[in-house]
Design a protein around this ligand. Sequence first.
Ligand code: NDP
Ligand code: OXD
Length: 315
Amino acid sequence: MSAFVFVTPTWDAEPWCKALQKVAPKLDIRLWPNGGKVEYVTYAAAWLPPPNELRRFPNLKIIFSLGAGVDAILGDPTLPQGIPIVRVNDADLTNRMSEYIVLNVLMHHRQQRRIDENQRNKIWQPFPQHAASAITVGIMGLGVLGADAARKLHVMGFNVVGWSRSLKHVEGVKSFAGASEFDRFLGETDILVSLLPATADTDGIINSTLLNKLSRRGPFGAPILINAGRGRAQVEDDILACLDSGALYAATLDVFRKEPLPVTSKLWSHPRVSLTPHMAADSDPETICRYVYAQIERFENGEALVNVVDRLNGY
Ligand code: NDP
Ligand code: OXD
């Protein structure tokens, strides 16, 4: 007996169930928390699983993350050990993230919020525009998502630099690696994009010390922040203080330390903050279910799984 369970407390599991049924009509699919006999469950797919839930399935063979990030799964103190965790690495999700990054880089670069405000106030006021080549976009986390966004920004004419743990080779993109090259990366960056995972090392990395090391040579005289990685990487009070002091020109945030962002957060109404509710790159049920089932087939044919999370690194 082999069954599959979706553990998605914050998502409606029905579309996921239907999508998986479509690609795998013979698979025995169950919905948490009423999944029947837990002993039968061999595959679990999770998004924000409550702690202590995955351990209820004693015969699990693979845990799938239904998103690219796995911090919520790894954060479960009783997560079953010795079982592969497979995360999403899929062209559709990558493309969606690159759309978000390009959209927001361009939104700041072309000063779209100022244009919108002028329209609201019926002000006809053309103002000087600068070239993309006047701006260096620095991407923290030059992984699957960061590298794709970097390539697309490079094609648009931006200077692009990237920073990750290990040195990367992305055409047209200057790569920096590790702690020793971090300050040089920051010093070149006018628009900072974070696509870092949430790990012990990245916790609170976007703080006032970091923001004060960014370039001030860009056309706006102060840097801009775009964070679509994880909220745990940012210190929100520092971001607000830097926006108020002028050390930061503007910010786009898709992720927050606490989600949903509390209504009391000053980020909601700050005039230089654009925010979105963790929707930079949606996981599409049909696409992701095809990806998940292809991995199950690989596994059952004795082939190696791909995009397996390194539990020690935390991503
Ligand atoms: P990857 O694992 O492919 O890339 C992560 C990158 O971060 C790698 O380049 C890695 O370096 C780098 N990195 C990790 N830790 C450090 C560190 N301490 N110092 C420097 N660099 C570091 O992940 P993805 O690109 O697929 O996804 C990135 C993150 O984006 C996800 O973990 C998730 O949190 C977030 N995300 C957000 C979404 C949204 O809708 N807002 C949607 C999807 C993902 P190296 O390559 O050297 O290991
Ligand atoms: C994520 C995702 O990891 O949506 O945030 O994939």
